[in-house]
Structures are given as C-alpha cells and as structure tokens.
Design a protein around this ligand. Sequence first.
Ligand code: PBG
Length: 333
Amino acid sequence: MTTGAFPNTRFRRVRRSDALRRLTAEVTLSVDDLIWPVFVMAGEDATHPIPSMPGVERLTVDRVVHAAEEAAGLGIPAICIFPYTDPSLKTEDCAEAWNPENLTNRAVRAIKAAVPEIAVMTDIALDPYNINGHDGFVVGGEIVNDETVEALVKMALAQAEAGADILGPSDMMDGRIGAIRTALEDAGHRNVAILSYAAKYASAFYGPFRDAVGASGALKGDKKTYQMQARNSDEALRLVERDLKEGADMVMVKPGMAYLDICRRVKDAFGAPTYAYQVSGEYAMLTGAAERGWLDGPLVMEESLLAFKRAGCDGILTYFAPEMARVLGARRP
Ligand code: PBG
C-alpha cells in the first residue's frame, strides 16, 4: 500500500458523492448476510414482548411460520429458532431437549412445510430445558462434559429428523462437534450443516436473551467453566481449528461487537465460513439508547452490522435482520 503526498493525494476526492462512495466501498452489507434469531413459545396466535429487547417478541409456532414467510419475502436466507420452554417442562434430566415434539422441532417442521426455501437453524444446548439454567448436566455442582455430549447428540438427531438445515451447538462442551457429526453420518443425515458456536465467551451481554428464553431466574452461578474468558484470543483459534477438524461446516464468534478482533483472526487463519452473533445485550444497548432518542436507531444498526463485514464475517446473527433487510430493500428496489 502506497499513499502519495498532498495535494497529489486528496482522500476527499472519492468521498465527494454517494456514487463515488459506493464505488469505493470495500465491504457491503447485503440481506444475504443475515440470520434472524426468533423466540418460539407454546400456544396459538399469540406474542409476548421481551422488555429488555424492545421490538422483539416470543411467537407461537403459527406466528413463527408467518415470521419465516416474512423473512423469506425480504430475502433473508436463514432463521434461527430458540425456544421459551414452559417452566413445568424444565427438569434435571432435560428430557424435553430431545423430545421430537418439543417447541423447536415443531417449529422446524412447520416452517419447512410452509417456507421450504428458507434455511432453518436450531440451537443445541440444554439451558432452555435445564432446571438450573446451565447448558450441560449439573452433577454435584459440576457441569459434566461427556454425559452432556451424549444428550446433545440426541438433541441434534431430533432436530435433523425434524428437518433443520443448520444445527448450532452453542453449549461449549468439548468433543460435541465430532460426536454430533458422527451420529448424523451414521443416521444418514449427511447434508445437515453444523454452525459451531466455536468461540463463545462467558459474557454479560447475554442477559436479555436469558430473559427471552426464561433462563434468567433459573441460572445458578455462571458459565465460566465452559464458555471462554474474555481475556483470551489464541484459545479462540484453537477452538475453531478443533471444531473444523471435528466436522463443523461454519464457525461462529460470540458475542459480536466486543470480539471483532477474534472474527478477523478466525477468518484470516482458516478462511472458513465465519459468522458473528450480535447478541441480545448488543441489541438492547442500541435499541435502548435509540428509544430514548440518544442514538439514531437505523444508523447505528447499519454501522454496527458493517463492522462485522469489515472484520471478515460472512454473515451475522442479528435481531435486527428484518429491519435491516427492509432498509436494504428500500434502498435498491
Ligand atoms: C445458550 C445460548 C445463549 C445465547 C444463545 N444460546 C446464552 C448463554 O449462553 O447463556 C445468547 C444469545 C444472545 O444473547 O442473543 N445456549
């Protein structure tokens, strides 16, 4: 990279007009980059607001199907399902997690029947079903790894059976990608993709999500023995490499905004399809400030998403997906 001296070089020449700025843009944000996380709850034709996530609601399965239709209409390539599990179904053995008739699996089947063209992603972790809010089984105060992986495999198979296109293990147990991949191959689910939450940090930015899935009150302690510590980054590369070797097709860094350096390093090191999760707390910060008139909502939404493209991400899980898609669609009719 060489740069001449003033006045031969004037950076402002190509910033003069929208046309020149578009022509010199290094990255672009497209609707193709968006994965929309949605929350599903029991019942019919109903919604329930999530106060810490303004504009986001839990939806019943029929409403989630409408949401998927809307997303497909906007050109959003994928929707990701998270269940709000009724507290009465939360148990120590988490059996609801692999129930073929649980909310997630019913939502997957309903969406695939009505909107087959949209990719459906699911979440693999025990926290929505666990009486103590953890992503794994708790035995004598320890979140046990290998027993949890066995349960995650059952969950993965039930979701693949329901028709999920992309499985998203978000639990951070060791060895789960390999175990899930082997089980999928053995069961004939050769084309089911795995998007591993490979570099997932123990983050306070997940707070509003835990409200949304009803895990906030339930969670005992923290997730620091299985999720990464914020002080580390080399470890993220080792985790991504491990998960790719075990059979992940795509990898994720999570949360997003506070971990953009990790996105860039992961993309540069492996060149694999790389995603970031702009998590609930990031969404809450931006929408909360916008609601008060402290920030311009649509502008910070787009700016925050462009950061992920600049950091090398191929896509972003974001609660802004439909709103962003609408803005992008209105711009280029
Ligand atoms: C749990 C899970 C979490 C999120 C996705 N899957 C929360 C956690 O690890 O406690 C967070 C998503 C968000 O905050 O938007 N398996």
